[in-house]
Design a protein around this ligand. Sequence first.
Ligand code: SAH
Length: 219
Amino acid sequence: MDAEFWLGRWREGRTHFHQPQVMPLLRKHWPALEVPAGARVLVPLCGKSLDMPWLASQGFQVLGVEISELAVEQFFAEHGLQPATHDSDQGRHYVAGNIELICGDIFKLSAQTLAGCQGVYDRAALIALPSGMRPAYVDHVYGHLPQGCKGLLITLDYPQDEMNGPPFSVPDEEIRALFSRRTSASLLERRDILKEEDKFLRAGVQRLDTAVYKLETGK
Ligand code: SAH
């Protein structure tokens, strides 16, 4: 699953992962995390998610990272924003108000940038990556977030042999293994969403759950 795969998805408009509304599980679970007011919140593999303006509306400084330039440009155009841009080793930065998107590879995000984020929101990010990439992703991103950083992780869990990802199934055991070392992941909610997901129903998937975890580094 290389960059070209995702760039192609955006070019062809095959972006069914994009939701036309703010994720209800974000609204429901974010407030209880008590992420400090005004904190910088990392949104890895952000696409053009409407969850970013929602986080910004709650007073956070949003930092999204997305490899597709098309996604980044659509995000600002669709919100009528004209971002200021500059380049760094991490990619091209687009800044408008309290939203900054870096168009670049998440693996190029610097340890220093990660260390400046006190919140994180991982929806359709970890589960967008094939199993071989997930340990490196977790080590890189969660290994550099500062102690006490809190956030939400939203996953899917379904029989992987009944459908191919992305989005991939990342069951509870794998979450526990991935996050055991430095970051705690505690399950907040698990819901059966099979009836709401046409794509999975059409593929003949028999079981589909979404799970929400509270993440906390240094625990
Ligand atoms: N979180 C978003 C998008 C999920 S789809 C949402 O909820 O809508 C995964 C996104 O990650 C795609 O937009 C893809 O272009 C981007 N992506 C994939 N690999 C990436 C990488 N290595 N670095 C940054 N972005 C990446």
